[in-house]
Design a protein around this ligand. Structure first.
Ligand code: SAM
Length: 623
């Protein structure tokens, strides 16, 4: 029987191979599209559904997954964090789909730049499989945090019949949610190679709008030729760049590099320093008059061109020795353009050579310099990330940068480095799955990422001079640049702290009269606090002040905008002290959150509500 099965299978696959040879275009993902085959054989079905569209098997499910709310939360982990009280950076461990869902409220339209470097789907890499029914449980299983059978990290092999579809289904909801976080003038850069670039381009056209396509950058990732390659030595990656709304976006110019600077010289020892000769004529204009310089030379714009400068400017340049007549004084006159007077940089080009932004080997060296060499495959070079940051962020606007496939955290490294160089205050959010590694010291990729940020931060502070900004002199003179933020708050994805979490937060006030212990026993007040911040859509790096009022711990967030008390046995005395904080902080709106089970009985609860109303507390919620 077995053999027979094998044979009959063989015949089928042989037939398929024959058809493939004749009609390769009717195959996709290893399957025959029979409608297409019919067309090849001259039979055209009347196809009213024929229209321009981009779809794959599982697209509707991917759309549904994007819309399903998360039942998870982010639990703070102070021990693994650095500079907990002051840092504005976040390191989030978890599946990025759930994390992006959880960040929707707090970071809606807050992010200036997103860089991602997702799995390229080479047939060897792991592609996360979402589970519509219970994605948090799925996450805990996939990352080995609870027992599971068969739900292990596995690679998406190219023999899988849904090879491209699975990858697209993974990417769709993530990009869709990421777009919501971008500011109106925000930009996204996505690294990819030829396996999926065509699909990714189509997917982004759909999600961001094809009008918001900015560029397909070619990055020269290798400096050597692979002579053993069968067809071509594959030396480049793509970086797709889209804007949230292209009309609102103005990319920065890039600083001039050494090569561009060598064009500036000072052969005549001019007091304004180095200069480069540039034409006096322009392609468009109205004035074609001749001009006679003080040395008697008369100049007329070449045929078909016009004067770039009026008489007044020409007189001034002539008087100040800013016209160049060549070494012998007889060449066509040109203007001396002084380096010291050039404010803007150069327009970026779509070809990024390794000399400018580094290559894969350099990326490994970046890790080696931190004594983290060889433990993470395929990091990106810090210089590559610096280039994306230089183009899309500024040093004086507190720009927030997000990378939700952060790997070894190159993006965080580049953010800190650029801030140290230009006095900027950019902030980062890294998201990374705790994907297991074979390394004992760093058992998950998150451990590598966090340690890299720690080491890179220390190195930047310790060995690299913190310079004043090159761009706009913001902190020049007597002003001191803000201290460099090399810290990060660690948060970890987990199931909600609340047993029966009502996803409609607004209804929770109704629960106030039910005295049920709603909170999971192993969760801390800090855990709950961050869940509340997420539900209220508050920034997760807001300063949290702690006070003790009549023996109960009270968290005050955003200078009185939100007051949280999660202790048990709350008395009216405590409630009154909390209510008085509104006046103390002079906050316009104050919301107060208690634990549902905190009050001794229903009478205390009712009275507590009365007290809070008297003090004009705007909203009271229990969890
Ligand atoms: C190509 S690497 C990124 C490398 C990074 N740019 C660097 O320079 O180190 C892709 C990363 O995405 C992570 N990843 C894959 N699926 C993920 C998911 N669902 N949530 C979060 N991270 C994920 C992988 O663990 C891997 O570390």
């Amino acid at each position: 029987m077995k053999q027979l099965d094998g044979k009959s299978l063989d015949i089928v696959s042989q037939n398929i191979e024959k058809i493939k040879e004749l009609f390769p275009e009717v195959f996709s993902e290893g399957k025959i599209n029979f409608a297409k085959l019919q067309e090849e054989l001259g039979t055209f079905a009347e196809d009213e559904a024929e229209r321009y569209n981009f779809t794959w098997s599982g697209k509707s499910e991917a759309k549904r997954i994007a819309q399903t709310p998360s039942t998870g939360t982010l639990r703070p982990c102070k021990e693994e964090s650095k500079d907990w009280d002051t840092t504005q950076n976040l390191y989030i461990e978890g599946d990025n789909l759930e994390v992006l869902k959880l960040l929707q409220k707090s970071y809606h339209k807050q992010v200036k730049m997103i860089y991602i470097d997702p799995p390229y789907n080479t047939g060897k890499d792991f592609v996360y499989k979402d589970n519509f029914k219970d994605n948090i449980k799925n996450y805990l299983e996939i990352t080995g945090q609870v027992d599971s059978e068969g739900n292990r990290l596995s690679t998406n092999s190219d023999t899988n019949g849904r090879y491209h579809s699975d990858w697209l289904s993974m990417m769709y909801p993530r990009l869709k949610l990421a777009r919501n976080l971008l500011k109106d003038d925000g930009v996204i850069f996505i690294s990819i190679d030829d396996n999926e670039v065509a699909n990714l381009r189509k997917l982004c056209d759909e999600i961001f709008g094809e009008d918001n396509f900015i560029a397909n950058i070619v990055w020269e990732k290798k400096y050597t030729r692979a002579n053993d390659a069968k067809w071509f030595s594959d030396n480049h990656d793509h970086i797709l760049c889209y804007g949230k709304n292209k009309e609102n976006i103005k990319l920065n110019q890039l600083p001039r590099n050494e090569e561009q600077l060598t064009a500036y010289k000072n052969p005549d020892n001019h007091e304004k320093g180095k200069w480069k000769a540039t034409p006096l004529h322009a392609k468009s204009g109205t004035n074609r008059d001749s001009y006679t310089f003080s040395n008697g030379i008369t100049w007329t714009p070449p045929v078909g061109t016009f004067r770039r400068f009026n008489n007044e400017s020409m007189d001034r340049m002539d008087k100040n020795n800013e016209i160049w007549f060549g070494v012998n004084g007889e060449q066509i006159p040109q203007r001396k353009s002084f380096l010291s007077e050039i404010k803007d940089g150069v327009t970026p080009i779509t070809l990024w050579k390794y000399e400018e932004v580094g290559h894969n080997h350099e990326a490994n060296n970046d890790m080696k310099k931190l004594e983290l060499g060889g433990i993470f495959s395929n990091p990106k070079p810090v210089r590559l990330l610096l280039q994306t940051l230089l183009l899309s962020t500024k040093n004086n606007t507190n720009d927030l940068i997000l990378d939700f496939f952060s790997g070894s955290a190159t993006t965080a490294h580049a953010v800190m480095k650029l801030n140290s160089e230009d006095g900027g205050n950019r902030k980062f959010i890294m998201v990374q799955l705790p994907e297991p590694t074979d390394n004992k010291e760093f058992p998950t990729i998150c451990e590598i990422g966090k340690e890299r940020i720690r080491r890179a931060g220390e190195k930047i502070i310790g060995s690299e001079v913190l310079t004043s900004p090159k761009n706009d002199g913001l902190f020049g003179g007597t002003e001191v640049p803000p201290p460099l933020d090399i810290g990060f708050k660690v948060l970890k994805l987990d199931s909600s702290n609340i047993k029966t979490w009502d996803s409609n937060f607004e209804n929770l006030e109704q629960n106030l009269l039910d005295s049920v212990e709603n909170i999971k026993s192993e969760r801390t007040p800090q855990d709950l606090l961050y869940e509340i911040l997420l539900k209220y859509g508050l920034d997760l790096t807001l300063r949290v002040e702690e006070k003790t009022l009549h023996g109960k711990k009270v968290f005050i967030i955003g200078y009185g905008a939100l007051i949280v008390c999660l202790d048990d046995e709350i008395t009216l005395e405590v409630v009154e002290a909390i209510a008085k904080l509104k006046a103390e902080y002079k906050s316009e709106i104050t919301r107060v959150v208690f634990k549902d089970s905190s009050f001794a009985d229903a009478v205390v609860k009712t009275n507590a509500l009365q007290v809070l109303k008297q003090f004009e507390i705007d909203e009271v919620v229990s969890i």
